[in-house]
Design a binder for this molecule. Structure first.
Ligand code: GRF
Length: 191
């Protein structure tokens, strides 16, 4: 069975991670969420992963040997697929190269619009509203060496209504994200 490692960020809630873990535990994806990798100890996402019974590990991006430490852990845990879920760093090139086409990310907008460096969290939803977009949504895409540039696997859309604020839009998009990530994993693993 495909073994997934989920990378979480130090600021996220871990809700996308939790939806992938739940899908794995309910056999709604043909894969096991084997490992959650964080970049800082004790973050909400890591605590949530531990509560869900998933093995966690912390590897600090600024530490020497970050790439080789990650590669060793991924190999030791026999990881086939990497899912980024709220992870804010660029993965080292060595990891991208080794797992090319087997690393996914979720972005809270309809790429290629509103992606790239600095486009994360509430900045994305503020920019969508400021641009007067009529619709937004989320994109699950392959990860490359650049932020948000890999091919899109799946998108889900919602309306942006005139009374939406960045917060209400973020909420609508997050709801879509949880089903989108699971669908994208199923799509990829059925190809
Ligand atoms: C999500 O909005 C996702 O699109 C982005 O980071 C956020 C993570 O949220 N990449 P959560 O930690 O999964 O709740």
């Amino acid at each position: 069975m495909t073994r997934i490692a989920i990378f979480v960020g130090s600021q996220g809630r871990g809700s996308n991670m939790a939806s992938i873990v739940a899908a794995s535990q309910a056999s709604n994806i043909p894969a096991e969420a084997a490992l959650v990798i964080g970049s800082k100890e004790g973050t909400p996402s890591l605590l949530r992963a531990e509560a869900l019974g998933v093995r966690t590990v912390v590897v600090k991006p600024k530490e020497d040997g970050y790439a080789s430490k990650l590669l060793t852990i991924l190999e030791e845990n026999e990881i086939d697929l990497i899912c980024l879920a709220g992870f804010m760093w660029l993965l080292p090139a060595e990891v991208v190269e080794k797992y090319r086409s087997r690393i996914l990310n979720i972005h809270p907008a309809l790429l290629p619009k509103f992606g790239g460096k600095g486009m994360y969290g509430m900045h994305v939803h503020e920019a969508v509203i400021a641009a007067g977009e009529k619709e937004s949504g989320c994109s699950v895409h392959f990860v490359t060496e650049e932020y948000d540039e890999g091919a899109v696997i799946l998108q889900k859309k919602c309306d942006v209504s005139p009374d939406d604020t960045p917060e209400t839009l973020a909420h609508k998009v997050l709801d879509l994200e949880h089903t989108a990530y699971v669908e994208a994993i199923n799509k990829l693993l059925s190809e």
